[in-house]
Design a protein around this ligand. Sequence first.
Ligand code: SAH
Length: 335
Amino acid sequence: MTFSKLNDYFLSIFEKKYRTEQLFDWLYIKRINDFDSISNMKKEVILKLKEDFYFDKIDILEKQEDVDVLKYLLKLRDGNTIEAVLMKHDYGNSLCISSEVGCNMACSFCESGRIKKIRNVESGEMVLEIMTIEKDLGERISHVVIMGIGEPFDNYQNFCDFIEIINHPKGINLGSRHITVSTCGIVPKIYEFSEFPYQVNLAISLHAPNDTLRSKLMPINKVYSLQKLMKAIKYYIMKTNRRVTFEYIMLAGVNDTKECALELVDLVKGINCYINLIPYNETNNLEYKRSFKETILMFYDILKKNNINVTIRREFGRKINAACGQLKTIKENLA
Ligand code: SAH
């Protein structure tokens, strides 16, 4: 529950609002796992809490390690599994979390969409992804990216509650500027997100500079064309005055040509953005290959020369299949 919903709850049971702050302290600062540890509330309140709530938990089923990266296979209460990836940067620990069990977006290049969405990951479960991994690490997580399995804007309310919970100064207190959400382009939610009162960074999975190609790669483009998407993004920038990131996977011979680069320049020219080129991580899908390094650099140069802010994404965890697009809901060989 968010701080404000918990406030309402305490009022509804004729308790004072300061109980919310006390409970946030137990949950997110002291990090207790049972109601009986709460020592500053009356017995009746504790009983009521026990009646109305329970402590959820997430089990770590498996952990794989590579240089500066850890991939976690996590089991939710109902047995469903998701993955989360921890990346160690010089500026802190960044966690990539999953927002859905499976994904309905069916992007042709992405492993996470091989299994249709089974259910939303609840806001509390997203919070638990962070808390479970912080406990396992013995370190704080300083940055969160919602770029694991699932489409966060297809689970919008849980996503919003999650941000409100982790950002709250009386709780985990994770700065909104340290949080990034990535969407494949669910246009109505981009408009809604323009009104979202937290300064969370927005990334858009673009991956193609024209509708023909983008619709081939990402079925969502048949619903929300590039024109609609760009209009929504311009509205978001106008409303929030924030810069957006465009993610662009480099697929050999598909979207990495000189023509594509020039088309991309035209598409984003004048928009307050930067482009993150992502070397494609090869998956079981044999259709796509990673662009050659030289091609990626050629593409990068064209954008740079045209004054587009562009970076090439640093790679993490390719060996342990923990990289972008390699996360999946069910591990086939799980004992
Ligand atoms: N559904 C959201 C959140 C997932 S983000 C979204 O689409 O943005 C995961 C990022 O990794 C997206 O930009 C996705 O397009 C990208 N990705 C998917 N498969 C990939 C692969 N095999 N190699 C590199 N990036 C990939």
